[in-house]
Design a protein around this ligand. Structure first.
Ligand code: RB5
Length: 151
């Protein structure tokens, strides 16, 4: 059963097309999507959009976020500076499933210049459908969850 939790999504100019596809996919699943930008091909700075999405997840406005840039690296660096954000840059199905089962990832990062759209959609699907296992994994998360910037 896909999770229906609203998702905030953001990208830079390197991954706008992929962001639109992901948005379309989420909306088809009945998931409400908040688009934090950017839109279009004009060159922008990825931290501006990464901060918008990561801060909304950090302060609990959204439980889930998705960020995309060319490689996904810049966005994941930005996002993981925020308290309570567990951003996972994924490009394979095993890692994205584990990012939920063991790390309770609440922010998925995709590299629009690294992976294709079909794989991106599959990663989003698995990320939404896979449950956190809790238990020993929760106590590990408790050791670092509060670290980072609070917003
Ligand atoms: C933009 O050219 C590119 O640097 C950005 O999308 C991202 O890959 C940064 O990590």
């Amino acid at each position: 059963m896909p999770e229906k939790t609203p998702v905030i999504i953001g990208c830079d100019h390197a991954a706008c097309d992929m962001k639109e596809k992901v948005k379309e996919y989420l909306e088809e699943q009945g998931i409400t999507v908040e688009d934090a930008g950017t839109s279009g091909e004009e060159s922008v700075d990825y931290p501006d959009f990464g901060i918008k999405v990561a801060s909304a997840v950090s302060n609990g406005t959204f439980k889930r976020g998705i960020l995309l840039c060319g490689t996904g690296l810049g966005m994941s660096m930005v996002a993981n500076r925020f308290s309570n954000v567990r951003a996972a840059l994924c490009s394979d199905i095993f890692s994205v499933a584990m990012s939920r089962q063991h790390n309770d990832s609440n922010l998925l990062v995709l590299g629009g210049r690294v992976i294709g759209e079909t794989l991106a959609m599959e990663l989003v699907k698995v990320w939404l459908e896979t449950e956190f296992e809790g238990g020993r994994h929760q106590s590990r998360l408790d050791k670092f969850n509060g670290l980072g910037e609070t917003v």
